[in-house]
Design a protein around this ligand. Structure first.
Ligand SMILES: Nc1ncnc2c1ncn2[C@@H]1O[C@H](COP(=O)(O)OP(=O)(O)OP(=O)(O)O)[C@@H](O)[C@H]1O
Ligand SMILES: [Mg+2]
Ligand SMILES: [Zn+2]
Length: 573
């Protein structure tokens, strides 16, 4: 016997094996067992979800020698002949190739005769929406006065093309798309019986490409098997389906978000080199973004949950991409997809779209709004606590009341939790310039190590730099709040700590801070130190303690041109 496609070999023979259609099979089984089947059924639903298969199982279950039974035995002569399509009483008609009136007339003539072997005649009319109007009329006549021993099962992917008069004579069942998880499970079962091994991620990818159709999943699996060596890998699947890997998609979106035009164009170049279709790539990007949106709005949806569990980059992006931003990127990609239809040089359109997304779709505009809101919130909190203090003062303790320190409040860092800033202030007490320069020397190497370990962690840390260091903790400053927050998440923290340990040869903790805050904390720290020291030294005319403190922390070069002026002004004023 020649090679048989997997989806044929693995056509379910029992209701039980028909996955994802429990709502249909349960009702059918009940009707069969209680012998209350209708004369006509309409099975609707997407391609390859089990309509024809279910119809054949019904035909077997009603005609099985064990009938009435929940499941066909698949062993008696009736079951066997129906399985191999040789039973004269179970008639499969493909309406796509038998559209005309003659075929249906023929059917009408023969319907009258009693079944020859089985107890019921079963007519399975596939793709019923393809019938011609005359054929539909003829069929309607038959459905209006069906002979007792006949069951019609009409199947279609496009029920809206079936006349309402026909639909109203049928009991309708809607077959659903099968969940990725169920598809993966069935493929795993089949592979183990066929003695193949596969990466789980490879199967997930197949399931996603099949979009809920089991037949498509098995066809892709077939191709991948003939393509791969001992184990089925993600790469095999990507090659067969022509899709782009998740990590490339994530990389693209991150580049958009960071307005990194160079990186975005680099990705286009790589896609091109690997011979992927740009239109398909854009399509995949849109799907990825749509999944991010879904995850943000309905994180418990099975479909997206699966994805986020398996994919760390996806999680990070879902946290980071503002909804509004995602909408507008989808719009821009969609536009370029339209334009691409009419051109042979698709790549150029992709590049133009990417540049546009990086430039026009300004993340930092959105960021700035969030920032303003945070600023206002911080301000309100601060005012609140001042009001409370003033009320307390008025309530009697007037004599001991501390004057409100105007200059201090003006320096309140605008973002970040108070707690983390306190930690920073605390660590600065034992920080030294020496330790900082030691770390700075190897920082490039540490970053390189992080890049090799986890590209996403590297992306978040890329624009940061160590700005202070003690013997067990260092401080990283980031240009943006979002980066600073991401870098303190556990997944990234672990990678960084390992890299530091490997290169720096000792375990280190780290804190993160936004550059603007850092400027403020630094100044206020130096200022405090000065106040303390001058109280102790009673203004000895040595080197300004403020300056020596600054030198200890940050080194000579830095304070000369940056801080001296500002700090002196404040001390004098
Ligand atoms: N629910 C399911 N459970 C298990 N396997 C399925 C299921 N649906 C489809 N398959 C697999 O896909 C193959 C094709 O299924 P079937 O012909 O029943 O789909 P269909 O819904 O009739 O599709 P079409 O609309 O294209 O006719 C089956 O042989 C089987 O291998
Ligand atoms: Mg079918
Ligand atoms: Zn049987």
């Amino acid at each position: 016997m020649g090679y048989q496609a997997l989806y044929r070999v693995w056509r379910p023979k029992r209701f039980e094996d028909l996955i994802g259609q429990h709502h249909v099979t349960k009702t059918l089984q009940n009707a069969i067992v209680s012998q209350k089947l209708s004369h006509a059924y309409l099975f609707t639903g997407p391609r390859g979800t089990g309509k024809t298969t279910a119809a054949k199982i019904v035909a077997k279950a009603v005609n099985c020698k064990q009938s009435p039974t929940q499941e066909p035995c698949n062993e008696c002569s009736n079951c066997l002949s129906i399985t191999d399509a040789s039973n004269p009483d179970v008639i499969e008609i493909d309406a796509a190739s038998h559209r005309g009136i003659d075929n249906i007339r023929d059917l009408r003539d023969k319907v009258k005769y009693a079944p020859s072997q089985a107890t019921s005649k079963v007519y399975i009319i596939d793709e019923v929406h393809m019938l011609s109007p005359e054929a539909f009329n003829a069929l309607l006549k038959t459905l209006e006065e069906p002979p007792r021993h006949v069951i019609f099962i009409l199947a279609t992917t496009e029920p809206h093309k079936v006349p309402a008069t026909i639909i109203s004579r049928c009991q309708r069942f809607d077959f659903k798309r099968i969940s990725n998880q169920a598809i993966v499970q069935r493929m795993e079962m089949i592979l183990s019986k066929e003695e193949f091994v596969a990466e789980h991620a490879a199967l997930s990818l197949i399931a996603r490409a099949a979009e809920g159709g089991m037949r498509d999943a098995l066809s892709i699996l077939d191709q991948v098997i003939s393509f791969s060596d001992s184990e089925i890998t993600v790469d095999d699947v990507l090659s067969v389906t022509g899709t782009v890997s998740e990590s490339i998609l994530a990389r693209t979106i991150l580049a958009f978000l960071q307005q990194d035009v160079e990186e975005a164009l680099q990705v286009v170049e790589e896609i091109h080199e690997h011979g992927k279709d740009p239109a398909r790539y854009i399509e995949d990007l849109i799907f990825y973004l749509r999944d991010l949106l879904l995850f943000q709005t309905a994180p418990n949806l099975e479909e997206v949950q699966e994805r986020s569990n398996e994919d760390e980059q996806f999680q990070l992006l879902a946290e980071k991409c503002p909804k509004q931003w995602i909408y507008s990127v989808i719009h821009l990609l969609n536009d370029s997809q339209q334009e691409m239809r009419w051109t042979t040089s698709k790549r150029i359109f992709v590049e133009v779209a990417f540049v546009k997304i990086c430039h026009e779709n300004n993340e930092h505009d959105l960021g700035a709004n969030a920032e303003q809101i945070e600023q206002m919130q911080a301000k309100i909190e601060q005012l609140d606590s001042e009001i409370i203090r003033l009320q307390e003062q008025l309530a009697g303790k007037e004599s001991q009341a501390e004057p409100v320190r105007k200059e201090r409040t003006a320096r309140q860092p605008r973002r970040g939790t108070r707690q983390s800033l306190t930690q920073v202030e605390h660590m600065l007490r034992s920080a030294s310039k020496q330790q900082l320069s030691q770390l700075q020397k190897v920082w490039g190497e540490i970053m390189e190590m992080i890049r090799r370990e986890k590209i996403s962690a590297h992306a978040w840390l890329k624009d940061s730099q160590p700005v202070a260091c003690t013997d067990d903790t260092f401080l990283l400053a980031f240009p943006y709040e979002m980066h600073s927050q991401m870098a303190s998440k556990d997944q990234i923290r672990e990678t960084v700590k390992q890299a530091v340990q490997a290169v720096y040869k000792k375990p280190m903790q780290y804190l993160t801070i936004v550059e603007d805050d850092w400027e403020k904390v630094k100044q206020s720290f130096i200022q405090n130190q000065r106040e303390e020291t001058s109280a102790e030294t009673n203004e000895k005319e040595e080197e300004d303690p403020l300056i020596s403190e600054a030198k200890r922390l940050f080194g000579e070069e830095l304070i000369e041109f940056k801080n001296t002026g500002g700090i002196n002004d404040e001390t004098n004023g």
